[in-house]
Design a binder for this molecule. Structure first.
Ligand code: G4P
Length: 291
């Protein structure tokens, strides 16, 4: 399968990001806890190399709690602050403010030494589409917060949301483009619903998902769909089609419908809390690359 992204969008998004990054102290990067690496664009590390970083492990309600803990450690080991959350219900959102203050301690101290008092920390939320940036901004900023108008030195039209006297947030998130060089990454983004379904071959995608589920969560498909699991992914899809009565005209099995059911139920957490990426695999790869 070939996953596409549009170069025009990329250039525009990158330019906006570069402009906005100059204005802020802290980058709040939202990632999807089910695919913490595939859902980030590593170019942000270069773009924001002199800024403090807070990673929000969002949709943690859909991801495996054990893996959430491991990914928290992974990003912390690489110098980021991390908060695990569910932006949709607001769970974990209250932990964000104290961590922002902690992550900008050095800046606040530096300001104090220079005699600058009460300059708020400025932050921008970034992330690829669909990770929950807007949901987070709404949950974090709430309705009670006042938007501050244009200020000198701020690109015209930019709005800041004043969270409290110490923190301001750029009201529009920075959109990063997913990294599409790697088809495995494309597939993971598609599975979690970050790429529009119309451009995808859903049957092929569902076979890939079946492979992951059987490999990482042996028994989970048997429990949900009453099938016998094996490495034969087509056979598993066929069993799902049969057990869920996906039949089309001529009494043929409807694989398309079975694929839809599987993807839909995975995306809304009905199959279980699932993480498709493992810290161990990632660290192994990093070590091999270093050699
Ligand atoms: P974006 O700005 O980064 O593009 O993402 P957005 O906030 O629009 O969120 C994308 C989808 O993800 C929304 O679902 C949103 O409700 C859901 N979402 C965001 N954060 C979480 C979370 O922590 N957990 C879960 N389970 N879902 C989350 P939608 O399908 O567009 O709408 P709806 O299902 O909420 O109606």
């Amino acid at each position: 399968m070939n996953y596409q992204w549009y170069p025009g969008h990329m250039t525009k998004a990158k330019r906006m990001m570069e402009e906005n990054i100059k204005l802020i102290d802290l980058i709040i990067e939202v990632v999807d806890a089910r695919i913490p690496l595939a859902s980030r664009n590593p170019d942000i590390d270069e773009l924001g190399k002199n800024k403090a970083r807070l990673i929000l492990l969002n949709k943690s309600d859909l991801a495996d709690e054990r893996e959430n803990e491991k990914w928290t450690g992974y990003f912390q080991d690489r110098g980021a602050f991390v908060v695990k959350m569910n932006a949709k219900t607001g769970a974990g959102v209250k932990n964000v403010l104290p961590v922002i203050m902690e992550s900008c301690k050095e800046k606040i101290e530096r300001d104090r030494r220079r005699g600058i008092k009460n300059r708020p920390v400025r932050a921008m939320v970034v992330g690829i589409p669909n990770v929950g940036k807007s949901t987070f901004i709404n949950a974090f900023a709430g309705k009670a917060c006042t938007k501050t108008g244009n200020k000198p030195g701020v690109t015209k039209g930019k709005q800041w949301i004043r969270i409290n006297k110490n923190v301001e947030l750029l009201d529009t998130p920075g959109i990063l483009w997913p990294k599409f060089e790697d088809q495995v990454i494309g597939a993971k983004l598609a599975m979690t619903g970050s790429i529009r379904d119309e451009i995808l071959n859903l049957e092929e995608l569902s076979l890939e998902l079946l492979g992951y589920l059987h490999y990482y969560y042996d028994g989970i498909l048997e429990k949900r769909y009453g099938i016998t699991e094996s490495d034969d992914r087509v056979d598993m899809l066929e069993q799902i089609a049969r057990n869920r009565r996906c039949i089309q005209r001529g009494n043929e099995l409807d694989y398309g419908r079975a694929a839809n059911i599987l993807l839909e139920e995975f995306r809304n957490g009905k199959i279980g809390r699932i993480t498709l990426e493992r810290v161990e695999t990632e660290v192994d790869t990093e070590q091999k690359e270093e050699k």
